[in-house]
Design a protein around this ligand. Structure first.
Ligand code: OAD
Length: 246
């Protein structure tokens, strides 16, 4: 189903007037950069097992296997460039901030493409694939080596380093979650872009914002469970819709 033009124009008008906006993004916003999504056609979880690759138990069992998968994803992301959708959100932030408003980008993505596109106020709910963390001493540092020389990589303390991402069964970074919740509650508009809204608590931010009075916009070529709550449902690619909004 194509988006209706009044929806796009309505969202554009509402954004022009808004002084507090949250964008919640997922893997779909990076799809146009060539980074695979997790669910849906071509999604990673169709061919790979989340249980065997993205849980603390999987890492304890076979750190090398988990790292092989993350090393491959790092190489895909390393080759990728931010797309029109990432750039449009960075531009939207600049405009809202220039008008003394607040813009918070909450992302479930670990790829860093929002920051590379120029977004400033980014809350990373699921961590960062370019950070490694020691499973023994807890030291966290940026590591952009592609491919990694050693699998699994080791810390100077001798411990095994893990990807600095949030796995299934783990809690979200407390500070990022707190700031994302606060921003959602005070938002006038929450835009939900390129996420299946299947993973909680991240998807709950849209409901939190809506419950506190925000208008909700969904940008996704496919239907999502949040559509029933939305004021605008724009069924097309993020790059197309977001550049159209600007
Ligand atoms: P999903 O893979 O679940 O969903 C991607 C969404 O993007 C789908 O709803 C697609 O329809 C949509 N999509 C595809 N192409 C698009 C495009 N060009 N423009 C806009 N939307 C598009 O990804 P997430 O919702 O981000 O967590 O998944 C949430 C979490 O589940 C991830 O952070 C990851 C995953 O398992 C962990 O690994 C812990």
């Amino acid at each position: 189903m194509a988006q209706s033009l009044p929806d796009l124009a309505g969202l554009r008008e509402a954004l022009r007037a808004a002084t507090s906006v949250v964008a919640l993004t997922g893997a779909g916003i990076s799809a146009e950069s060539g980074v695979p999504t997790f669910r849906g056609a071509g999604g990673l979880w169709r061919n790979y097992s989340a249980q065997q690759l993205a849980t603390p138990e999987a890492f304890a069992r076979d750190p090398r296997l988990v790292w092989e998968w993350y090393d491959w994803r790092r190489s895909v992301i390393h080759r990728a460039q931010p797309n029109a959708g990432h750039r449009a959100l960075a531009e939207l932030e600049r405009r809202i901030v220039a008008a003394r408003g607040r813009f918070t980008l909450v992302t479930q993505n670990v790829d860093g493409l929002h920051q590379r596109a120029g977004s400033r106020n980014v809350l990373k709910l699921h961590g960062d694939i370019w950070v490694v963390r020691c499973s023994d001493c807890g030291l966290a540092e940026c590591n952009e080596e592609v491919p990694l020389k050693q699998l699994p990589p080791h810390c100077s303390c001798g411990g095994i380093l893990r990807p600095g991402v949030v796995w299934f069964g783990e809690g979200l970074p407390a500070k990022a979650w707190e700031r994302a919740s606060e921003a959602s509650v005070r938002a006038q508009i929450v835009m939900v872009v390129g996420t299946s809204a299947a993973v909680y608590p991240a998807a709950g931010l849209a409901e939190l914002g809506r419950g506190a009075g925000a208008k909700l916009a969904i940008i996704n070529p496919e239907p999502t469970p949040l559509d029933v709550l939305a004021d605008w449902v724009l069924n097309a690619k993020a790059g197309e819709i977001l550049s159209g909004i600007l």
